[in-house]
Design a protein around this ligand. Structure first.
Ligand SMILES: [Zn+2]
Ligand SMILES: [Zn+2]
Length: 159
């Protein structure tokens, strides 16, 4: 069963660049349970939380966890109890499904190219970097930053 978006606010998973369809896919993948201890979403007070790898970017969603496991997960190390979970993150499988081996694998398109990020934001490659095509005063970003912000699977070269 699909999740029910909150009636008056944006779904919390949008913060990680996940559409409602993608979130449901993630939730199905996790069987709506914490991917470390197996606790069901129904046995949590506020539902499961989206866990991501902050070193890579918000888009790098590792999976769904209960609050306890999420809070117990140390930064930058991999304890035995979380090892298999951390070794097989959702984002790697998402990239693999699109034929992307590694998050740096996409080559930077040349000056003059345009990309669409997250299906809605346009950027153009100038000599200064990637400039937002709509936000006039936004500073150009590097290819690295763009990938870090949106994820390589959410960047599409349009010309
Ligand atoms: Zn949603
Ligand atoms: Zn748990």
């Amino acid at each position: 069963m699909p999740h029910i978006p909150p009636p008056k606010s944006q779904c919390a998973h949008r913060k990680y660049g996940l559409t409602c369809v993608e979130y449901d896919r993630l939730r199905d993948d996790a069987s709506a349970s914490c991917q470390i201890c197996g606790r069901s979403e129904l046995d949590t007070q506020y539902g499961l939380v989206v866990d991501h790898d902050a070193k890579i970017g918000n888009w790098a969603v590792r999976g769904l966890l209960c609050n306890d496991c999420n809070a117990a997960l140390p930064h930058g190390s991999s304890p035995d109890w979380a090892h298999s979970y951390l070794r097989n993150p959702w984002w790697k499988r998402e990239l693999a499904a699109r034929g992307i081996d590694d998050y740096k694998a996409i080559e930077e398109p040349p000056v003059g190219s345009r990309v669409l990020a997250d299906g809605r934001l346009g950027f153009k490659r100038t000599r200064k970097g990637w400039e937002h095509t709509a936000a006039y005063f936004a500073l150009p970003r590097s290819w690295e930053e763009l990938n870090r912000r949106f994820g390589p699977h959410k960047i599409r070269v349009v010309s």
